[in-house]
Ligand binder design. Structure first.
Ligand SMILES: Nc1ncnc2c1ncn2[C@@H]1O[C@H](COP(=O)(O)OP(=O)(O)OP(=O)(O)O)[C@@H](O)[C@H]1O
Length: 609
């Protein structure tokens, strides 16, 4: 076959030069738009010297005047007559040709992921493609650009940066920053995937970051293939974590740069032994699951932010079906509620000899582009934040953000309701805190209120409670869904003078309880005066709540209450009350009263503004 291609190269070039596309790419539709949170691009590398020297022509062409359509021309030999070309075309969001530089791809596609992850979101870049198509060259170049952006001082605020780089080969994972020590991919009891055993290295400067990246590259498993002397037969996952010291309870921002294992051309596979065949099967199967997960997440996001109640069951996302997608669970799990942006760079080898594999790569890329229904200017509804334009959103912020009101122009300078819902939570909180006098608790409570309204608006059965219920005019039963004191006039009495069971407080725990503070904050719900607890009652540490005289490890200073710890729960801004995790809180350790509201839909508590 290869000799046939070389022998007919001149005729092939003439046929390609005479080719005229018949209309635009067929996959663009007037009623659909690509998902805004995922950009699917393709990069066609230059022909390599040996490909040119062997006499192979170029089989993949960027359509003239287009920035996103690739034409592929296969050469066919009919039973009778002259050889002819069979053409097909593929549409992606952005197509880069042989002259494009990694720097251009970074500026246009990947750079925006960096401030996104810095602000608390999850940014993910995948390089996909057949072996020897330029994935490693692209990812290593992008990593260098990321290092530049992170360390050039252009990003606002302080972050603790750390890096881990692992390799997934089949079902097995290795730490590339710890001499390829085997690690485990486990889901903890909170449903969070952990790269158990992988070291995370703090980085404070560009040189160290690059040293880690280069050290990992040198340890990656490679095997010579027909196309590439150093073919990567594994997925390499570089994860950069951003911890915001001024918001310790917020989830960390994450940036993933992923160099996927190369899919192989059929002619490579012909020379495989059983182990290599198994390896190729595992790689292909994990890439197939990845495709389903990327599509599933894009569909789920499209449903969630379209401003309409979902008419169908949420899209199924099979992230547990491969180690790769299990590792990236929080990117794909629609219940994780993390704000994600994803960029795929499909790398394409243009050589006519590999046109079959290039076709597969571009077809794969095209399948990742989920066309979502163009929002038919969803009708404004006061209880559905996803339908609000910027003016409506600002108006709601002004009326619902507590005291002092959060400055709407600082929180949502241009965003619509749907766009603000997609903003990473730490970024939302950072913007709230720009208003003078707003406390972290107020910001958190307001974020929860906004998010809860969105969740409520998505419920297919309308809630019996009107969204954003007003305090005045509520029945006593409704008021009892919140920890606010339901008695008229309570607000005018200092809270320490009306401590009662059910009150929620922020307290400054003494050293013996410090380890129970989550994210540097301690919240507790009052249960009863400590003295009212029985003689044998013990606190969360196992210490007696009412020890005999002289046996206490805590200084006796007067009034104290037995309280249940209040800790962050799984959903953003939600809390759980640990009824059986009891602590003794002294009145002088209490700093403020907080208001928690019970939400029937999610079965969690939320702070209210
Ligand atoms: N844009 C480009 N410009 C010039 N050379 C390139 C380009 N992209 C790739 N190459 C060259 O192609 C060869 C294969 O590239 P690379 O190793 O990055 O491929 P790969 O897709 O990672 O392969 P594998 O999956 O087998 O590891 C290398 O020699 C590389 O220098």
């Amino acid at each position: 076959m290869e000799q046939f291609l070389i022998d007919n190269a001149e005729r092939y070039k003439k046929l390609v030069a005479a080719f005229r596309p018949t209309g635009p790419g067929p996959k663009e539709s007037g009623t659909a738009a690509a998902s805004p949170e995922i950009v699917v691009s393709a990069r066609v590398r230059p022909m390599l010297e040996d490909e040119v020297a062997q006499g192979f022509p170029t089989g993949v062409h960027i359509r003239a005047g287009s920035s996103n359509i690739a034409d592929l021309h296969e050469l066919q030999q009919p039973v009778r007559g002259l050889s002819r070309i069979r053409s097909s075309n593929y549409t992606v969001d952005r197509l880069y040709g042989p002259d494009a530089t990694t720097s251009q791809i970074y500026d246009e596609l990947v750079q925006p992921l960096v401030p996104w992850a810095w602000g608390g979101g999850i940014g993910t870049m995948f390089a996909y493609g057949q072996t020897s198509s330029g994935k490693t060259l692209t990812v290593s170049g992008l990593e260098r650009h990321v290092a530049d952006t992170l360390m050039d001082g252009s990003l606002e605020g302080e972050r603790k940066i750390s890096i881990s780089i692992i390799e997934l080969a089949g079902q097995t994972a290795f730490d590339l920053l710890n001499a390829r020590k085997q690690i485990s991919i486990l889901e903890d009891s909170f449903g969070v995937t952990q790269m158990a055993g992988a070291l995370e290295h703090p980085v404070t400067n560009k040189d160290t970051l690059l040293e880690y990246i280069e050290a990992a590259a040198s340890l990656r498993k490679t095997t010579p293939t027909l196309r590439n002397d150093n073919s990567s037969r594994s997925h390499a996952i570089c994860r950069i974590r951003f911890q915001n010291p001024s918001m310790p309870s917020s989830k960390d921002g994450l940036l993933y740069l992923i160099d996927l294992a190369g899919s192989e051309a059929a002619r490579d596979k012909a020379e495989h032994d059983t182990a290599r065949m198994k390896e190729a099967r595992e790689i292909n199967s994990s890439l197939s699951v990845l495709k389903d997960c990327i599509r599933g997440r894009a569909l789920a996001d499209a449903d969630a932010f379209a401003g309409v109640k979902p008419a169908k069951k949420p899209a199924y996302i099979p992230f547990r079906q491969s180690t790769l997608t299990k590792t990236l669970k929080h990117v794909f799990d629609p219940t994780s509620a993390r704000s994600c942006k994803t960029v795929v760079v499909a790398c394409v080898n243009p050589c006519l000899a590999d046109i079959g594999a290039s076709k597969n790569t571009l077809r794969y890329a095209e399948m990742l582009r989920v066309a979502i229904s163009k929002p038919k200017a969803a009708e404004y509804s006061p209880g559905v934040p996803a339908t609000w334009n910027n003016d409506q959103l600002r108006d709601w912020i002004g009326r619902n953000s507590g005291n002092p009101p959060i400055t709407a122009s600082l929180l949502a300078p241009a965003e619509s309701g749907a766009q603000l819902l997609r903003l990473p939570i730490p970024e939302f909180l950072t913007r709230c805190l720009k208003t003078e006098g707003v406390s972290p608790e107020q910001a958190q409570a307001f974020q929860s209120k906004f998010w809860k309204l969105h969740i409520d608006s998505q419920k297919s059965v309308a809630s019996s409670k009107p969204a954003g219920k007003p305090a005045a005019g509520c029945s006593r039963m409704e008021l009892l869904d919140s920890s606010a004191d339901p008695e008229p006039g309570a607000a005018s009495i200092p809270f320490k003078e009306r401590i009662r069971p059910g009150m929620v407080v922020r307290w400054n725990p003494p050293a013996e309880y410090a380890s129970f503070a989550v994210g540097g904050k301690s919240y507790a719900m009052v249960m009863c005066p400590a003295q009212a607890a029985g003689e044998r009652v013990r606190d969360v540490r196992g210490e007696l709540v009412n020890p005999a005289d002289g046996e206490s490890d805590r200084q006796e200073t007067g009034e104290a209450y037995l309280c249940a710890l209040v800790t962050p729960a799984l959903l953003p801004g939600s809390y759980g009350v640990g009824l059986w995790r009891q602590v003794v809180v002294r009145v002088e350790e209490i700093e403020a009263e907080l208001l928690l509201e019970w939400d029937e839909a999610t079965r969690y508590y939320y702070m209210t503004a």
